[in-house]
Design a protein around this ligand. Structure first.
Ligand SMILES: NC(=O)c1ccc[n+]([C@@H]2O[C@H](COP(=O)([O-])OP(=O)(O)OC[C@H]3O[C@@H](n4cnc5c(N)ncnc54)[C@H](O)[C@@H]3O)[C@@H](O)[C@H]2O)c1
Length: 373
């Protein structure tokens, strides 16, 4: 879909809906990028929004309706829980606002496709997390691979394994419900990194399991409360990509041993170890045949953190150009995760029919902290 440049000028007005845990990481950046102006913060619980508004000096706080009806808000940044993503994003589309939405894009294909179609019909941009692939770490990997330093890219391996987030998240139940678990919560980072490298997924096969039926909240006011585990907490998935390349990924909330951020791409000439795809920065390691130690390659380029994708979308709104972390990309990641879940249930390979659009590389001198609008 193509867009005309916006007729408005200057910084792009933003409203955040969802003032919970991750809103802090976003607001640290959204409130300092000069091309954005955070005008409103909203939440179902107005006092939660009020606390964040005071913390960040945001002029207005209140209910989602305040954000949706604000005449100067052009982008809604949707940081609600996964089960509310489509509902809040659709309300924003209906209000004529562009939307940046947290991952996962939706809980199922039907509602995700519905959101894509609604945005398309309204001429609205959808941007979606993760935007970590715009950061220096994964963009440096892209440059290394496109330069041919690993030869022909052939295979990928990723691992995310922890004991689970209930020890540190004060409201962790949603992370163990439909639309979350290690696959839907962390899969978007790892699968986006693989898709960014290999293109669209064509088929998947997976096994999964849950070791415990309930878990206990480990921190905050609800510490000690028990909640139900509704999704697999260990998933082991294989994927084959459009060019014939393949990958193997582990997503687990069941491992006493922490192993996070492991992403390796092996080519015909070398293996490249990428930085953690949940972050924007980090060194890369290049392993050549016979070498005892890898070559360490520092990441180069912007690594400002969460909000880079919303900023990229804001600049594209003004210029009329494409933005990078699109709804179509996030839908393909979602389609892949739903297909992995179906494979866990059926014990068979599942075809993936949606496509991931290619994105334009981020220039090394792309500067989020510079005013350009
Ligand atoms: N916490 C993290 O470290 C982290 C990291 C990356 C991404 N995310 C993603 O960010 C999203 C939010 O996660 P979180 O950890 O901040 O959750 P959270 O539960 O701490 O916060 C969510 C907030 O959204 C509000 N909310 C829920 N439904 C709403 C609705 N319909 N309208 C308005 N407000 C609503 C809640 O009241 C709450 O304040 C999730 O999709 C999660 O996957 C979280």
């Amino acid at each position: 879909m193509s867009f005309a440049p916006s007729t408005r000028k200057g910084p792009v007005g933003v409203a955040v809906i969802g003032a919970g845990n991750i809103s802090k990481a976003y607001l640290d950046n959204l409130t300092v990028f000069p091309d954005l102006k955070v005008l409103v913060i909203a939440d179902l619980f107005v006092e939660t929004a009020e606390a964040r508004a005071k913390e960040y000096g945001i002029a207005e706080f209140g209910t989602p309706e305040l954000a949706l009806n604000h005449p100067d808000v052009e982008i809604i940044v949707n940081l609600t829980i996964p089960a509310a993503h489509v509902e809040v994003a659709t309300a924003a589309v209906n209000a004529g606002k562009h939307v940046w939405t947290e991952k996962p894009f939706s809980l199922d294909r039907e509602s995700g496709l519905g959101l894509l179609k609604a945005a398309d019909a309204a001429g609205i941009r959808l941007g979606t997390a993760p935007d970590t692939f715009l950061g220096a770490g994964l963009q440096t990997a892209r440059r290394i691979i496109e330069r041919g330093d690993i030869g022909t890219p052939l295979t990928g391996m990723t691992t995310f394994q922890t004991p689970g987030p209930e020890s540190w998240h004060p409201n962790p139940a949603f992370l163990f419900q439909h639309g979350a678990g290690p696959l839907f919560d962390m899969g978007p980072y790892y699968l986006t990194a693989l898709i960014h490298t290999f293109g669209s997924v064509r088929k998947v096969a997976a096994v999964g399991s849950s070791a415990k039926a309930t878990r206990i909240i480990g921190s905050g006011p609800k510490a000690g409360e028990e909640f139900a585990v509704e999704v697999p907490t260990h998933v082991s998935a294989m994927a084959q990509f459009e060019g014939g390349q393949s990958s193997h990924s582990v997503f687990s909330f069941e491992s006493p041993r922490l192993r996070m951020g492991f992403v390796e791409i092996t080519g015909s000439e070398a293996t490249l170890s990428l930085p953690d795809p949940n972050y924007f920065d980090g060194d890369l390691k290049l392993w050549r045949p016979g070498a005892e130690e890898p070559e360490i390659i520092p990441a180069t380029g912007p690594a400002n953190g969460r909000g880079m994708g919303a900023l990229d979308m804001a600049r594209a709104i003004r210029s009329g150009g494409p933005h990078r972390a699109t709804g179509d990309l996030a839908y393909h990641v979602l389609d892949t995760m739903v297909s992995i879940t179906e494979s866990v249930e059926s014990g068979t390979f599942v075809d993936v029919t949606s496509n991931a659009p290619a994105s334009v590389a981020v220039a090394v001198d792309w500067a989020p902290e510079t005013a350009t609008l």
